[in-house]
Structures are given as structure tokens and as C-alpha cells.
Design a binder for this molecule. Structure first.
Ligand SMILES: NC(=O)c1ccc[n+]([C@@H]2O[C@H](COP(=O)([O-])OP(=O)(O)OC[C@H]3O[C@@H](n4cnc5c(N)ncnc54)[C@H](O)[C@@H]3O)[C@@H](O)[C@H]2O)c1
Ligand SMILES: [Zn+2]
Ligand SMILES: [Zn+2]
Length: 383
């Protein structure tokens, strides 16, 4: 089958004859992929920042498909069902899944102490092959996948596997109260969705910060928010204080370990790997938020130490909440929001490319070329 194949940092190619996945366990399903996206999280892998990302692996944790085969124990799915598949691989019954912490499943990545299994996300997330391929093996098939309602567009469905729930959970974790001022760092797909969802929780003011003008322009009209370019600020922390008086009530980090804006962080975190990426947006969030404020982190960070101003967290009395999104938990209400037109996810898609052009797809998204916001790839048999 055709599949994305990781060759090492900044090198991705199309495999033309990767063996098709097989049912390995009675709870598995094989899904024929109809849509698959490239995510900001894939960029951390692509840039070589995630440990144990092995050559030959197929990435891709955002995909929809059609059920092709089911294992003997699968009860909720049948061959031919159109499904959207959450990026978390979750067993459904371990102590963490039982609390609906589907991103922290113990069984799907039992050797790890933090994250559960994720499709196509290195051996730190279980070593599962992902959905940037024609077919993918879906473990615990009764738990994650959701049958796509007849009325739903596939382009919306594929964004419900990660982007929409992650943006929504970013706003949810921020504990927004009526009238709160919310600052979102990052105007990528996740920051855009977090800004949009902040209003659903009662925000009174939503401010988005990035350096890419085309993304700021987009989010300004998509999420009806204020936007500012950090390149035009001398000091983003002071800027936020001046703009809001005592500092925003809430800051959301939708950037993660590849933040720009601080040369020291870039050199230590992305060039020499002395720290696990550049925590610049998180530092601005911690130093900029008001005393007693809340920081919500959905940006992805590596497992080792980072130069984060933890003393300021203590002295300001901040609350930090963070996690991988628990996609399955949020899907019922998000499907309703799409149905009612409250959320229109597919409007963020700027690029639709054949799976065969996966290498070019990564290059465009990584280099933020061609006003790229979100790329979806379509396998030839699904076109
Ligand atoms: N927790 C989860 O479940 C989850 C799920 C999906 C993605 N993520 C993470 O969310 C983050 C964003 O994902 P995305 O797909 O939107 O990525 P993206 O790369 O498209 O967007 C990141 C944006 O941040 C901007 N940026 C860089 N430095 C900044 C700074 N200092 N301040 C403000 N903005 C800055 C970039 O210009 C870019 O527009 C990534 O770290 C990704 O791994 C987490
Ligand atoms: Zn993703
Ligand atoms: Zn579990």
C-alpha cells in the first residue's frame, strides 16, 4: 500500500509497497483511510525533536476511513462503516480510561509513565503506525472510533479526530469564567480552534498572538478576536500588561516546544537540545497572566527539563492545567456543535493534496509556505 515513510529529520517519502496492516488482536479493526491530516504535532517528529522516532515509521494521528475488517471481539463496528478515529489509542477500561482520561490510557502504552498510545507518534507513544497511509490498524476498535453521521462532511469529520477537541479542551482547561480575558498563544489550527471555543465558555475578550500575519488575519475573522504580532512588540509580557491592566485572566499555550521569539531558547532548545524545545510561549504565558490566573497548555513538549519560570508560577499563585486532548470524551458535544453550525472546522483547511505528495505536504506545512494553515491528504482510492 501507499504510506508515508519517515527517513530522519526533515526527510519524508512515499512508500509504494508497505505491507498492508493485519488484524493482530481480536479487538482490532483495519480501516481504509479516506482523509488524513498533517498536524503541528507531526512537525515535532519531522524536525527530529521527539525521542525514539524510528526510521520507517508511518505518521498520522488524524484520519477518517471505512472499516475494511474487524477482529472477532469487535461489536460496535461493522465492515463498511464510515468512521472518524480519535488520535488517542485507548483501552476503555484501565483506571485512566475509566476517568475518561483517554489520552493517558495505561494499556495502550504500558511502558510509559505519561502519555497513552497515539497513532503514528514514535515509540514514546507506543510505536503504532499511523493513518498517513491507505490502510491502518486500529486497536481497541470498540472504544475510539465513532461512526460518522450521514449529514457530516468528511472534511469536518477528520478535524474532529484532534484539532477541534484539542482547541475545545484548551478552552475548557482554562476554566474561563464569564467575561474573562483570554490570551491564546499560537494561531495554528489548534490556537484558532481554542480562540473560537473560548467564546463558548463565556470569554469577554479573546486575544491571539502569533508572528504569521496571514494566520492572524484568518483567526481575526474566523474567531472574531483581537490579534497581535509578537514581532511588533518589544516585550510581549509588558505588552499584555498594558493591554489588559492587570494581565489576562487566562493564557492558553497552543504553540508548544517549537516556539519562536527568544534566541536563547531557540539555540538551547532546538539547535543544541540542551533543553526539550523552546518554551517561549509558555514563559510569556506564565509571566503575562494575572496573579492567581490560569495557564492551559495543549502545546506539546518533550519529556526532559525545560527552562520554565516555575518560581513565578508559585509566587503568582497560578494554576496550570495541561494534557493531550481526551477526544472521545468530547466528541458527543462537538458533533452537536458542528451539526448546529456553532463550529465550522473545515473552514481552516487551506490545502488538499493527494497522499502521493506527502513529502511536499510536510514541506509546505513545516515552512508555513503558501499561507498554509491545515493540510489534508487524500489517498488515491478514496478520492
Ligand atoms: N495536547 C494535544 O492534544 C495536542 C493536539 C494537537 C496538537 N497539539 C500541539 O499544539 C501545538 C499547535 O499545533 P498546531 O497544529 O496549531 O501547530 P502549528 O505549527 O501549525 O502552529 C503553531 C503556531 O505557533 C506560532 N508561534 C511560534 N512561536 C510562537 C510564540 N512564541 N508565541 C505565539 N505564537 C507562536 C507559529 O507561528 C504557528 O502559527 C503543537 O505543539 C502541537 O503539537 C497538542
Ligand atoms: Zn494532531
Ligand atoms: Zn485505558
Amino acid at each position: 500500500m501507499l504510506a508515508m515513510n519517515y527517513r530522519g529529520p526533515f526527510r519524508v517519502r512515499l512508500d509504494k509497497d508497505k505491507p498492508e496492516p493485519q488484524i493482530l488482536h481480536p479487538q482490532d479493526a483495519i480501516v481504509k483511510v479516506t482523509r488524513t491530516c498533517i498536524c503541528g504535532s507531526d512537525l515535532h517528529l519531522y524536525h527530529g525533536l521527539v525521542p525514539d522516532t524510528r526510521v520507517g515509521m508511518t505518521f498520522g494521528h488524524e484520519f477518517t476511513g471505512v472499516v475494511e475488517q474487524v477482529g472477532d471481539d469487535v461489536k460496535n463496528l461493522k465492515v463498511g462503516d464510515r468512521v472518524l478515529v480519535p488520535f488517542n489509542i485507548a483501552c476503555g477500561t484501565c483506571p485512566f480510561c475509566s476517568q475518561h482520561l483517554f489520552g493517558n490510557c495505561h494499556e495502550s502504552n504500558s511502558e510509559a509513565t505519561a502519555v497513552g498510545g497515539i497513532f503514528g507518534y514514535s515509540h514514546t507513544a507506543g510505536g503504532y503506525d499511523g493513518g498517513q497511509a491507505e490502510y491502518v490498524r486500529v486497536p481497541y476498535a470498540d472504544v475510539g472510533p465513532v461512526v460518522i453521521p450521514e449529514w457530516m462532511d468528511l472534511d469536518d469529520a477528520v478535524l474532529l479526530t484532534d484539532v477541534v477537541p484539542t482547541g475545545y479542551q484548551a478552552a475548557e482547561m482554562a476554566g474561563i469564567k464569564k467575561g474573562d480575558t483570554v490570551v491564546v498563544f499560537g494561531a495554528g489550527p489548534i490556537g484558532i480552534m481554542a480562540a473560537k471555543c473560548a467564546w463558548l465558555f463565556g470569554a469577554g475578550r479573546v486575544i491571539v498572538i502569533d508572528e504569521l500575519e496571514y494566520r492572524l488575519e484568518f483567526v481575526k475573522s474566523y474567531a472574531q478576536c483581537e490579534v497581535y504580532n509578537f514581532r511588533s512588540m518589544k516585550d510581549p509580557v509588558l505588552f499584555l500588561k498594558k493591554l489588559t491592566g492587570i494581565g489576562p485572566d487566562v493564557c492558553i499555550d497552543a504553540v508548544g516546544c517549537e516556539a519562536a521569539g527568544n534566541a536563547f531558547h531557540t539555540i538551547t532548545g532546538r539547535k543544541t537540545l540542551v533543553q526539550a524545545g523552546s518554551p517561549t510561549a509558555l514563559e510569556w504565558a506564565i509571566n503575562g497572566v494575572k496573579k492567581g490566573g490560569i495557564i492551559s497548555i495543549v502545546g506539546v513538549y518533550g519529556p526532559t527539563a525545560n527552562l520554565i519560570p516555575i518560581g513565578n508560577v508559585v509566587n503568582k499563585g497560578l494554576t496550570i492545567r495541561a494534557n493531550q486532548a481526551s477526544v472521545k470524551r468530547l466528541l458527543p458535544r462537538l458533533i452537536e456543535h458542528v451539526k448546529n453550525g456553532i463550529l465550522n472546522p473545515k473552514e481552516i483547511i487551506t490545502h488538499r493534496i493527494p497522499l502521493e505528495e506527502v513529502a511536499e505536504g510536510y514541506h509546505i506545512f513545516s515552512a508555513k509556505r503558501d499561507n498554509c494553515i491545515k493540510t489534508i491528504m487524500i489517498p488515491p482510492k478514496a478520492a
